[in-house]
Design a protein around this ligand. Structure first.
Ligand code: CA
Ligand code: CA
Ligand code: CA
Length: 286
């Protein structure tokens, strides 16, 4: 019986490993950007030569394979110099923007500097008790979205008794100009509602974040620190939300809490920030 259990565990490991590896080793990169600073210059050629001859550690073999022949050799160290100074060929795709390797080879890419995707998940209270602050939170979201790279992803949710979410299919979207514009139009259609089921709002953003493979994620919560959720509310409910979030937040995504009032920041928001490694601050009119 014990042997069977061991065998089953072993089989499971074999079944799970290939998929996991593809995910971890198929990150976005810029070909030729060996050192991952999203610029192609002489330091990339030097970096590549250091890797080839001095064992410099790397995290993205594909970025060094300038000619995309699936082999890392001296020609990859020389190709950037040819391109930069002698009018030689530009690196193969993806270049100059981040992207994935489109040609099959043995090389892998775990991460390539600035191509690392960041995930931003916004969740805000839309009950009438937050008043005009809701508009400021929307502006805050827009300001943030405008700083993202197209490789980042995001999602937005507003809660009252229930939850309104963008995108409606529950999958975060890339921060392209088009997606940002669509989300802003959607936010314009969100008005104040009734009730404060903050737990539902937080569950929604964790659902979003679980579908993203971004390396670095953040959650922004806009909330007055109090809950009136039908059949559930008050301090006991907030305690339940805290422990539910602890379970859901296995990735330890920092939750940054924005409090729309001048008085003392409620303990719920402080606890939420502290248990997730996030922050809390008063979010007031200018
Ligand atoms: Ca570089
Ligand atoms: Ca090569
Ligand atoms: Ca390739």
């Amino acid at each position: 019986m014990k042997r069977l259990a061991i065998l089953t565990g072993f089989t499971l490991l074999i079944l799970l490993t290939p998929d996991h590896q593809t995910q971890a080793q198929d990150a976005s990169f810029v070909r030729g950007d060996s050192n991952g600073d999203q610029k192609i210059n002489i330091t990339d050629a030097i970096f590549t030569l250091r890797h080839l001859f001095l064992g410099q550690a790397i995290t993205c073999q594909d970025a060094l394979d300038v000619n995309d022949d699936g082999i890392l050799d001296l020609s990859d160290g020389i190709a950037p110099i040819n391109y930069l100074f002698l009018g030689g060929m530009a690196p193969a795709q993806p270049f100059p923007d981040c992207g994935k390797d489109e040609t099959e080879d043995e090389l892998t890419c775990e991460e390539n500097g600035r191509c690392i995707s960041r995930g931003y998940y916004f969740v805000g209270q839309r009950s009438s008790s937050v008043g005009e602050a809701l508009t400021r939170f929307k502006d805050h979201i827009i300001d943030n979205l405008n700083t993202l790279n197209p490789n980042d992803d995001f999602a937005v949710a507003f809660f009252d008794r229930g939850v309104l979410q963008f995108p409606s299919n529950g999958n975060p979207v890339k921060a392209t100009e088009e997606n940002i514009a669509t989300s802003i139009a959607w936010m314009d259609s969100v008005f104040r509602g009734g009730g404060t089921c903050v737990g539902k709002g937080l569950e929604t953003v964790f659902e979003f974040s679980s579908k993203s493979d971004s390396k670095s994620k953040s959650i922004f919560l806009f909330h007055n620190g109090w809950a009136t959720c039908p059949g559930n509310g008050g301090l006991d409910y907030l305690d339940e939300v805290l422990s539910r979030v602890k379970t859901l937040n296995s990735e330890l995504i920092p939750i940054h809490c924005l409090y729309p009032r001048i008085d003392e920041i409620p303990q719920f928001l402080i606890d939420l920030a502290n248990q997730s490694g996030g922050s809390y601050l008063r979010f007031l009119a200018e």
